[in-house]
Design a protein around this ligand. Structure first.
Ligand code: PMV
Length: 299
């Protein structure tokens, strides 16, 4: 027997960093997937782009933790992924969710999706020290999700292009940037707290605009959200170059996504090829993708 599951990555439409302080955010699953194939075997093995290992908490920390959490069954695991690693698109959540789901099915453990999402969040916290439940929840359930309510909003009926700066990718980046914003907030609370609150207001407006399909207006607020993330010190020159290139090519709006400090930006658009070409000309790698209501799936 063998089981294959895939789980999607995500982008933030609004609210990264502010969500750490209890403000609402909107995150969307995108059709970039990590595929995990599980087979019963004589011993545990994990194969990915990195190489083949046994349980290895250095090289394959998320997958090793997932196997261990499920009682260390003897399985061989093969991983392939369309999601750039450590770039703000939720690659670690996707591999964790897909691994848990595939082992769950292969070994008949009877976990439901709530338990998969909860276990994946525990694993992210253990491996990273801290993690919000956003990535693991969105990767498990798919769709456009308001955080912290976990309300599912309507899928956006327009295109999305992701631009990867190919700089600053690192799984440790999120913790560093969250700390950096916390320090700024502590140093200048009366200046920084209103910025955090304003970012929270975008998700509240965003929920209505998503329902009304007002993508032009959504894009405008994404642009303002990008500006405020820049104000918080998490943007880079490379990210802004891709953001401006996308806007100049006619995107409704564009902003960095995730923790920042490099990694990826996302643009909302109805002319994805023009926007993708502008991102490439500005030095990034463009990925044309789409929003998806599908979370983890068995193939
Ligand atoms: O870069 P990512 O995809 O891990 O997103 C981080 C989002 C933050 O709001 C900065 C942190 C968090 O845990 O919500």
């Amino acid at each position: 027997m063998k089981t294959t599951c895939t789980a999607p990555g995500k982008i933030y439409l609004f609210g990264e960093h502010a969500v750490v302080y209890g403000e609402p955010a909107i995150a969307c699953a995108v059709e970039l997937r990590t595929r995990v194939r599980v087979k019963s075997s004589k011993e545990i093995s994990i194969s990915s782009d990195i190489g083949t290992t046994g349980l290895d908490f250095e090289l394959h920390p998320y997958v090793s933790s997932a196997i261990q959490k499920l009682g260390s069954p003897d399985v061989s695991i093969e991983i392939t992924s369309e999601i750039p690693v450590g770039s703000g698109l939720g690659s670690s959540a996707a591999v964790t969710v897909a691994t848990l789901s595939a082992i769950n099915i292969e070994c008949g453990l009877g976990y439901d999706k709530d338990k998969i999402a909860k276990t994946a969040h525990e694993i992210e916290k253990e491996v990273q020290g801290a993690a919000s439940p956003t990535d693991t929840f969105v990767s498990t359930f798919g769709g456009v999700i308001e955080i912290p309510s976990r309300k599912k909003l309507e899928i956006l009926d327009c295109g999305i292009v992701i631009g990867n700066t190919n700089k600053g990718a690192s799984p440790k980046k999120t913790a560093k940037l969250v700390k950096q914003v916390a320090q700024l907030k502590e140093d200048f609370p009366d200046s920084i707290n209103p910025i955090i609150k304003t970012i929270g207001s975008f998700a509240r407006h965003g929920e209505i605009m998503v329902a009304q399909k007002k993508y032009q207006a959504l894009g405008k607020l994404m642009n303002v959200n990008h500006g405020l993330l820049d104000a918080l010190g998490v943007c880079t020159m490379e990210l802004s170059a891709l953001v401006y290139a996308a806007r100049n090519a006619g995107a409704y709006g564009a902003k960095l996504t995730g923790a920042g400090g490099g990694g990826c930006m996302a643009a909302l658009t109805d002319s994805p090829f023009e926007v993708a070409s502008a991102i490439e000309k500005a030095g990034g790698t463009a990925i044309i993708t789409k929003f998806t209501s599908d979370g983890v799936l068995q193939e």
